[in-house]
Design a protein around this ligand. Structure first.
Ligand code: GRG
Length: 298
């Protein structure tokens, strides 16, 4: 990615990230939590990450014409998806899983606070995510809870992690890799976009269009992540580079090679943008985001 591209992605995400940071700080720690847990939760969530998923919630909300009166629901959805994402990173870094020491340029949770606290932080983040959604009350809130449960649970992100850790049988080759990508990475990205549109009260046409966009975007995001694992440095990623090959992980780059993987990422990105054809210029930020993510460096 060019320096200009990096600046453009940062600039596009910046207002969404600033808003997400404030909302996370407000809703992160449940009243009555022990201070030691609160400190560890703040360490794992605040002041880090691109905040891509909260941005997707908000961009989809805006693309679907969300009105100010429904904004708080979208804010809660933004926080909930980021809390699920943060919990998944904390648990993924544990010794029993990916066993990593670096995340967002800092020591991972279990390195900093010990393994027991890292597990408990993940538990607290996950339950808080559903609490933040459920506390809104009403029919839409219940629908959002269902969306997030489906995406993050045993047929979504957790299934992807089970497959990635070779704890179940999946097809060999590309089909297996795409099974993992769609669940481990894609499911939460899909949920973020759908939840944003649902908060806005989107029509079926709009919901179907943003769903197709998110499915292609999620796959493109993980394909680029696999590329970066090979081409980027630990410093620029803020996490350990070169892990896929070292840990003998299934990787689309190992299967297709660098050039074909890049072409695949580009085709997915074009597909994501094309899926938004039924939407007008209010979806331009989603279009722009797809292009910039394909060209990212971290
Ligand atoms: C522990 C149930 C469970 C699941 C873990 C998230 C995850 C599943 C594993 C982490 C490793 C990995 C490569 C996940 C794919 C998703 C991904 C690319 C995460 C990183 O997302 P970014 O780049 O991270 O948005 P930031 O730090 O910017 O938020």
């Amino acid at each position: 990615m060019t320096d200009t591209g990096k600046t453009e992605l940062t600039a596009l995400l910046a207002p969404y990230a600033t808003s997400a940071e404030a909302l996370l700080a407000r809703w992160l720690v449940p009243e009555g939590a022990p201070e030691s847990l609160a400190v560890a939760m703040r360490y794992c969530v605040l002041d880090g990450g691109k905040r891509l998923r909260p941005a997707l919630v908000r961009m989809a909300f805006e693309a679907a014409g969300g009105e100010a009166s429904r904004r708080e629901l979208a804010d809660r959805a933004s926080v909930a998806v980021e809390l699920i994402h943060a919990y998944s990173l904390v648990h993924d870094d544990l010794p029993a899983m990916d066993d990593d020491v670096l995340r967002r340029g800092r020591p991972t949770a279990h390195v900093k606070f010990g393994e027991a606290m890292a597990i408990l932080v993940g538990d607290a983040l996950q339950t808080r995510a559903f609490g933040v959604l459920a506390e809104a009350g009403g029919e839409c809130s219940a629908r959002l809870v269902c969306e997030l449960a489906r995406a993050s649970g045993g047929a979504g992100m957790v299934a992807g992690q089970v497959a990635d850790m070779d704890l179940c049988d999946i097809p060999a080759g590309r089909e297996g890799i795409e099974y993992i990508h769609a669940r481990k990475t894609g499911a939460i990205i899909l949920a973020a976009v759908r939840m944003g549109a649902i908060c806005a009260g989107a029509s079926d046409v709009v919901l179907n269009a943003v769903t197709a966009y998110a499915a292609a975007l999620g796959e493109a995001f993980q394909v680029v992540d696999d590329l970066l694992d090979v081409t980027a440095t630990t410093e620029s990623l803020g996490k350990t580079a070169g892990k896929d090959e070292r840990d003998e992980k299934r990787s689309i780059v190992a299967l297709l090679g660098l050039e074909a993987t890049q072409a695949h990422a580009d085709a997915l990105t074009r597909g994501a943008v094309e899926a938004l054809a039924p939407l007008g210029c209010e979806a331009d930020t989603l279009r722009q985001l797809a292009a910039l993510l394909a060209d990212r460096v971290h």
